[in-house]
Design a protein around this ligand. Structure first.
Ligand code: PBG
Length: 324
């Protein structure tokens, strides 16, 4: 036999062959599109570090959600930015709160679209932390009933999925119990199970006006150096009743996505976060990379690592491309 025996290039010779042996396929139904909703009408305020992303008033968020659905994106996740913040984040569970209004309006307009509610207090507290402060620290157990109230209030407004992103211990169990006792036993929980204390959330905190006023989130979010701990967090959340789990961020944590995929047989989401989006956008604006090509490569790599679903600000751009 002539050298070399193996020629992997044989299967790369044309696009049809490449398509036939492709292992990972990206589709619009893989995406969950995040939206930032604010009070008012006709508000479309750009987020400076996230070109193409806006703070939207409810009726414009509905339009954006409509576009997502038309492109084959099955789900949006909502972040509410209230006009008034306080120490406990009470606007988070107000019947007429911003996220509750947005959930109702989107469900009215596009009933089949799956509306997820991010459940966390940092957008609603005046100090910007994800729970209540007692003696200078985020108090775990006093935060749980507040998160539960927010979750129930979002379910009452019509949310299809509750997605807790606060990283308090025991919150999945508390929220599950609260939902069940309020008649929402069929509303699933997507837990931000392995959420790291990441510098990649910077642009989000501008978008959601949720930067902590003092300290940081390392006392509740995970240390970027740990992966075994991520498996423990996922296990605990599943034991407490999570239906789906998430790893966040995605790109610096592809090994974590892979490890969770190998250990647990549940739907796995990954959050392609604001800073990851900002880097791609910024380099593309400089003409240093090809936006569309890099975007699809990034999203494909997250799927290849093992994520079933991707929360991404690229959702509409990527869906447009994939739909041809
Ligand atoms: C709320 C929350 C954050 C993100 C999602 N939910 C910010 C944070 O934890 O500080 C970040 C999303 C992104 O960066 O795109 N706790």
């Amino acid at each position: 036999m002539s050298f070399p025996t193996h020629r992997p290039r044989r299967l790369r010779r044309n696009e049809t062959l490449r398509r036939m042996v492709r292992e990972t396929v990206l589709q619009p139904s893989d995406f969950i599109y995040p939206l930032f909703v604010v009070e008012g009408r006709g508000v479309k305020k750009p987020v400076s570090a996230m070109p193409g992303v806006f703070n939207l008033s409810v009726e414009l968020a509905v339009e954006e959600a409509r576009q997502a659905w038309a492109l084959g994106v099955p789900s949006v996740i909502l972040f509410g930015i209230p006009d008034h913040k306080d120490a406990t984040g009470s606007a988070a569970w107000a019947k007429d709160g911003i996220v509750q209004k947005a959930i109702r309006a989107i469900k009215d307009a596009i009933p089949e679209l799956q509306v997820m509610a991010d459940v966390c207090l940092c957008e609603y507290t005046d100090h910007g932390h994800c729970g209540v402060i007692v003696d200078g620290e985020v108090h775990n157990d006093q935060t749980l009933p507040l998160l539960t109230q927010m979750a129930v209030s979002c379910a009452q407004a019509g949310a299809d999925v509750i997605a807790p992103s606060d990283m308090m211990d025991g919150r999945i169990g508390a929220i599950r119990k609260g939902l069940d006792e309020s008649g929402f036993s069929s509303v699933p929980i997507l837990s931000y199970a392995a959420k790291y204390a990441s510098g990649f959330y910077g642009p989000f905190r501008e978008a959601a006006q949720s930067a902590p006023r003092f300290g940081d989130r390392r006392g509740y979010q995970m240390d970027p150096a740990n992966v075994r701990e991520a498996l423990k967090e996922v296990q605990l959340d599943l034991d407490e009743g999570a239906d789906m789990v998430m790893v966040k961020p995605a790109l610096s944590y592809l090994d974590v996505i892979r490890a969770v995929r190998e250990r647990f047989d549940v739907p796995l989401a990954a959050y392609n976060v604001s800073g990851e989006y900002a880097m791609v956008r910024a380099a593309a604006q400089h003409g240093w990379i090809d936006y569309e090509r890099v975007m699809l490569e990034v999203l494909t790599s997250i799927r290849r690592a093992g994520a079933d679903l991707i929360l991404t600000y690229h959702a509409l751009d990527a869906a447009r491309l994939l739909n041809g």
